[in-house]
Design a binder for this molecule. Structure first.
Ligand code: GLY
Length: 366
């Protein structure tokens, strides 16, 4: 068990991250002990339900829970305010007056959507995260930020709302395709760069085993990344102390690339990998990072099979999207830059020429 302690406004919230292979079948008895409620509303998508639904649902039912499954289509379109309020209406209709809790059973979309529904219904009901993608297990299920999108922007409706447990079963990763594993590995590499060089070295030594879904190495990397994220979130839950910001390494540029490509071309981790290459280049040009470390990062991202160049003529659109990033403080640019493997620094007001030339270096038609 990896305990996660988060301090929120003088009140302490503590919840575990349970990481193991094959413990999904025990989730019912685990939740009985947690005394979380009697009626489980499982929010999931058809793919996760097909692969792992029986295991979860049987375990919950055998433990005596009343269970309802609410399926949403796979994909980002489900992470919308409209879908969230449809779910809330169904829960209110079917479970009025019941001791209900929500099970977010899927990847990042389901986790954010179900977490937001839990935060909003009756001003907050208990929920748990059961992440089934690599990216969700090491990143999106941990941290308490839940949100849905509006037609004019992502994550515009949301809350800080923590689950009672993050229950990560490594065997759910074995049904993922390689692209999804690569996608998660981009964030794992990020953790290595921002705060733990041993995690970076571990990925370097185990790329093939990770891509081959070796359960032992996957368990170790999920554990290490969960430890890093929970540690950062515990010290700066609401991004107020300047600590949590380092999780955005590669994300300002990465988000701009995703948006410039209308969220079609790249999966999140792929865009973040490009973002990390670009901020590493900015770090190099500003003489903060050593060439060897930047080359080592780029080499590892390539070995994982993450993109090396931005496809198409995107530069003006990427620059424009970056200017509108809500993380740019009062119009001033702000980047998390690497100073070595395992260490980063936040810098503001970077010369736009340096940013532009770093993006150009990784642009397909430069
Ligand atoms: N839900 C992801 C985070 O809080 O960072």
């Amino acid at each position: 068990m990896l305990p996660l302690r988060v301090d929120v406004s003088r009140e302490t919230i503590t919840y575990p991250i349970e990481i193991k292979s094959g413990h999904l079948k025990n989730i019912g008895s685990f939740l009985q002990k947690l005394k979380i409620g009697t009626h489980a509303v499982v929010v999931t998508n058809p793919i996760v339900r097909k692969h792992h639904g029986n295991t979860l649902l049987s375990s919950l039912r055998e433990a005596g829970f009343e269970v309802e499954v609410l399926e949403v289509p796979s994909g980002e379109e489900s992470k919308s305010a409209v879908v969230a309020f449809e779910l809330i209406a169904k829960i209110a209709e079917h479970h009025a007056g019941k001791d209900v809790f929500i099970v977010a059973f899927g990847g990042g979309v389901v986790g954010d959507l179900a977490g937001y529904v839990a935060s909003a219904y009756r001003r907050g009901i208990p929920y748990i995260q059961v992440p089934t993608t690599f990216l969700a297990q090491i990143d999106s299920a941990i941290g308490g930020k839940v949100a849905v999108d509006l037609p004019f922007g992502k994550n515009l409706v949301g809350a800080f709302y923590h689950p009672k447990v993050v229950y990560s079963d490594i065997t759910t990763l074995l049904t993922l395709d390689k692209r999804q594993i690569r996608n998660g590995l981009a964030e794992a590499v990020k953790y290595g760069v921002i705060c733990d060089k041993n995690v970076f070295f571990f990925i370097e030594s185990n790329v093939e085993a990770l891509l081959g879904c070796n359960e032992k190495v996957l368990t170790e990397i999920v554990y290490q990344c969960s430890r890093i994220k929970s540690n950062i979130v515990s010290r700066d839950e609401r991004e107020e102390k300047g600590l949590r910001v380092i999780l955005n390494f590669g994300h300002t540029v990465g988000h701009a690339i995703e948006a410039a490509c209308d969220y079609q071309e790249y999966h999140h981790g792929e865009a973040i990998a490009l973002g990390m290459r670009i901020v590493a280049e900015i770090s190099l040009q500003m003489r903060l990072a050593k060439e060897d470390d930047v080359n080592r990062l780029n080499h590892l991202l390539s070995r994982v099979g993450l993109p090396e160049r931005i496809e198409g003529p995107r530069l003006p659109e990427i620059l424009n999207r970056m200017r509108h990033d809500k993380k740019f403080k009062s119009g001033n640019n702000r980047f998390v830059l690497m100073t070595g493997l395992g260490s980063v620094k936040v810098r503001e007001g970077i010369d736009p020429q340096i940013i532009q030339s770093a993006i150009e270096k990784y642009s397909g038609n430069s």
